[in-house]
Design a protein around this ligand. Structure first.
Ligand SMILES: Nc1nc2c(ncn2[C@@H]2O[C@H](COP(=O)(O)OP(=O)(O)OP(=O)(O)O)[C@@H](O)[C@H]2O)c(=O)[nH]1
Ligand SMILES: [Mg+2]
Length: 388
């Protein structure tokens, strides 16, 4: 935990948090860096800042380049509830998987390097959509160009899809890819615990929801740490076994860990199914899901639900009084959101004129049930908000 950060530095940190452009962020961060004392207690923070600064520099450079190439941006704007980025070597079957999950127009070809720019599609499932992006191939021998773009996309993704040709040493290739991504600061190893910080004006103060264990401190330390960085209102959810350092990483928005799904393609080319089973048993406790292709794509609903769950997101369907059926498309909220959070998301006036809500859900003793603003919603709830 850092100590003795002067108030000017804290104020600068606030400015950094509020900065909108990468240029402005970089500037504020540089100023913040100049203001903090450098000693053992701040080593961790220094490392964060340096890494963040180099990320920002890269981002600025990338924007500059994409402007040059006549507005052809190489990054994919996020849409839907979450973004799944398909990574792999050339010919591993990324386009094939993209086409199995979405309606995207893809270029599936036996020739290598068919997809050199990201291609996106939307995976539809009950109430929500997940954006699936095929990244250019990773080429370990050439880490610029497509490989670099692939790493950037991976860093920005919510979930990774590692595509492995099952007929070509998939386990070896998986381990190679893990090592490679790790060298780029992207970890596939599931952490022992997790800290989620949701800053919100709706939070009365800093609320720590501790469902796990803080190894080297307590909830007060967590609150102190957040206060220290100028955060006054937030929900902090702790799961599993975490350290105060993990809390600090979460404040810095450092998302090193990426959950991942493995797509094993070309299983039809294998003679022995045993190797597939072996592979599954090796990887099953690490991956969110292992999908074999052809044939094995689980329902999109199952895949989608697992992704949302992993990311702490829920689908809530809304209904108006005049409508018989709820909306087809759900509102995506973070887990723990309340009825009034939903009202705010729909429209400001809904939260201002809120009277009560009716909730339909299987877990309730009867539906609809009349609830107040603080009622906590869950995945697949249906809500009608009644206003004044
Ligand atoms: N038999 C079989 N062939 C497959 C399977 N998946 C992909 N292929 C073939 O493998 C080749 C490469 O597939 P793509 O989906 O284009 O692979 P990619 O990873 O997108 O390749 P690049 O974008 O060129 O790097 C194509 O000829 C596909 O038809 C599969 O499950 N079974
Ligand atoms: Mg392709």
């Amino acid at each position: 935990m850092p100590t003795n950060i002067p108030p000017e530095a804290q104020a600068k940190w606030e400015e950094y948090s509020k900065a909108r452009t990468p240029e402005e962020k970089l500037q504020k961060l540089k100023e913040f860096y100049a203001l903090i004392p450098k000693h053992k207690g701040t080593e961790k923070m220094e490392k964060f800042i340096k890494r963040r600064m180099s990320e920002l520099k890269e981002e600025i450079e990338k924007r500059r380049l994409s402007k040059k190439s006549k507005g052809l941006s190489l990054l994919v704007e996020k849409r839907g509830a979450a973004q799944l980025v398909l990574l792999g070597y050339t010919n591993s079957g990324r386009s094939t998987v993209l086409s199995a999950l979405t309606n995207a127009r893809v270029d599936i070809s036996p020739n290598p390097f068919s997809t050199l720019r990201p291609v996106e599609g939307m995976m539809e499932f009950k109430g929500a959509q997940i954006q699936v992006v095929e990244a250019p191939p990773i080429i370990l021998e050439a880490q610029g160009g497509p490989t670099k773009l692939s790493v950037t996309l991976a860093g920005n993704a919510d979930v990774l899809g590692i595509v492995l040709d099952s007929s070509d040493e998939p386990l070896v290739h998986f381990e190679e890819l893990v090592k490679f991504l790790e060298s780029k600061g992207i970890l596939l190893e599931r952490p022992r615990g997790r800290v989620r910080i949701k800053r919100s004006k709706a939070a009365p103060t800093i609320i720590v929801i501790n469902k796990g264990k803080i190894a080297d401190g307590n909830e007060k330390d967590v609150r102190d740490l957040l206060h220290f960085y100028g955060i006054e209102r937030a929900w902090v959810e702790i799961e599993g076994y975490v350290t105060l350092e993990d809390v600090e990483e979460a404040i810095f928005g450092e998302k090193k860990y990426k959950p991942f799904i493995i797509f094993l393609t070309k299983v039809d080319l294998l003679n022995d199914r045993a190797s597939i089973e072996h592979l599954k048993s090796k990887l099953s406790d690490k991956a969110l899901a292992i999908v074999t292709y052809p044939g094995g794509i689980p329902s999109k609903d199952e895949l989608g639900v697992r992704i949302l769950k992993e990311l702490g997101l829920i689908r809530v369907f809304t209904k108006s009084k005049s409508e018989k059926y709820p909306s087809e498309r759900a509102v995506i909220l973070s887990r723990g959101s309340t009825v009034i959070d939903l009202a705010r998301v729909i429209h400001k006036s809904f939260s201002e004129r809120f009277r009560y809500a009716k909730v339909w859900a299987e877990r309730l003793p009867y539906s609809p049930m009349k609830v107040g603003p603080d009622f906590i919603l869950e995945d697949m709830d249906t809500v009608e908000i009644v206003t004044r």
